[in-house]
Design a protein. Sequence first.
Length: 356
Amino acid sequence: MKRTITHLADGRELIYFDRRDDADRSAIDRRALDPRPMASELRYDPLTEEWIAMAGHRQTRTFLPPADECPLCPSSETRSSEIPAYDYDVAVFENRFPSFSGNFGTYEDVGGLSEVRPGVGRCEVVCFTSEHSSSFSRLSDEQVGLVMEAWADRTAELSAIEGVEQVFCFENRGEEIGITLPHPHGQIYAYPYVTPRTKLQLGAAARHRGGNLFADVLAAERAAGVRVVAANELWTAFVPAAARWPFEVHVYPHRQVPDLAALSEEERAAFAPLYTSVLRALDGLFGVAMPYISAWHQAPVRQDRDLAYLHLELFSIRRAPGKLKYLAGSESAMGAFVNDVLPEEAARMLKSQVDL
């Protein structure tokens, strides 16, 4: 793998990950860009003990442009995009409209009981391929391996930023999910706090009696077997017994590691065919491209790393042909989920589509 660092016209960092050592990455960004926005303002909610980012500049981000104006496609002689090269394998760059950054402004007291501080951190875009009409499920095992190299590299680099407490790699796919760009890509958030979901999981792990909670969940699902969708020697994909979403799959390595950077070469290679087979199974359920969120759960940077267990949670909001699960009153107001699809039935349906 070749890793090349360069910069865009407004100073944002761009990193190319290439399979070939002779890839030419000398192209420069020819655009005249506006100054970078100030970092978001974090406000503390004393009732939930959560930090909320106020990022008004994100209202102006690019929204579903036509294919010939896609900012994630390679540049050409007649059009400049976010990626100056005329072709690329995997490209990672700082988000032009970040939720968190190191470009601080002025942050004033807002009154009440809410504490205010700058949204220190970083947000990056990960372009999985230069092919606009492709998808993660159609990537070759070699290409998935390169994406994993990028994820691991960025996890390690972003974890070293002062003030960053957690690194989150994820993909949103489908207009129903709320994507603003259809080009195959994901994002990475470097948070200045440990996220609420991670706090909940690690709190449960700390209270668990016996071995590691995540390892015990994996072992129990493998032993039960009924909800296992796909598996190989190093990874298992299963529908959790208490799935919140109509179609939800968790993918665990068999070895406990804190984050993507800690995976071995063998584990990274074994992940690719299993994961893409699960993605294709999702698309095969109803014969349409399934909207989904794919989320890597990694250990916080500075705490509870011995409790954490790297795993991926993949879920879709589609519950049937032409029907979506909306987070209505119970879910949105109370955080109390009601699932429309029995997890065992979801596992059966997905397993019937797996081509591993």
